[in-house]
Design a protein. Sequence first.
Length: 296
Amino acid sequence: MKDVRNKVAFVTGAASGIGLGMASAFLEAGMKVVLSDVRRDVLEQAAEGLAAHGGRFHLIAVDVTDRSAMASAAAQTQQVFGKLHVLCNNAGVGSRTSIEDAPYEEWDWVLGVNVGGIINGIRSFLPLIRAHGEGGQIVNTASIGGLLPVPPPLGIYSASKFAVRGISDSLRLALAHSGVGVSVLCPGLVRSALAENTAGLSPVAAAGSEEVVAMQSAALAAGMDPLEVGRRVVEGIRRNDAYILTHGEFKQELREVFDEILAAFPDDEGDPVRAQIEQGRRDVVAAMKLALKDRG
């Protein structure tokens, strides 16, 4: 979707951080935006900084884990702006307990927001994008933690972001012939209130959480400007990029991880019968990728 001007975007987790950065960049590029977040008061505070774009944005308070509320948000988006072209499934939370000790409640909560929220977004909003036939884009926010393992206490968070990557890769192929592109955003450190928001919303009381929040907040304070991330997302949408990678400092580390995976394969060429079956799968994927390339 090379021309984004006057197109409509719906962004979850848009009251701060990456979500607000994307919303701001979209408005800057001449788009119309629905900003959504679970916290109405913070959403209204964010809107004060967007006053110059009055009439081009709309606010909806919604919990991405609430399927009926997401369906209502989709209907409201259509009512306000008529069409939807870009869906940004961005709302997310961190984890606070080391993965080997985390209770079920924390697993359910983090996966419910970070993975379930994206599923709900796809189910509620993708039909709106497909309905008008003008094409569009879905941007799912993962993390560099969806490409690289991360240390405690972010294990559950990382697991959820690996899942976001898998959903995005598969959905991109599924929609290859539809005119709707799919990108997965994998940023590193970005200035945001993720640590504080996680602590404030988490249903689990984590031991030593104050120290963890302070440490994570200090790291995030040194992160990239969210508006810069948003601008890179705009360019990724225009190019229909499969991956939107924003932080160059991870390139060598990723190369080492991929090299380690390749080195783990056995030396033999595998079973020829299985190889023939897998070639059929590869041919299907190649045809889908060709359709994506033709879209440009």
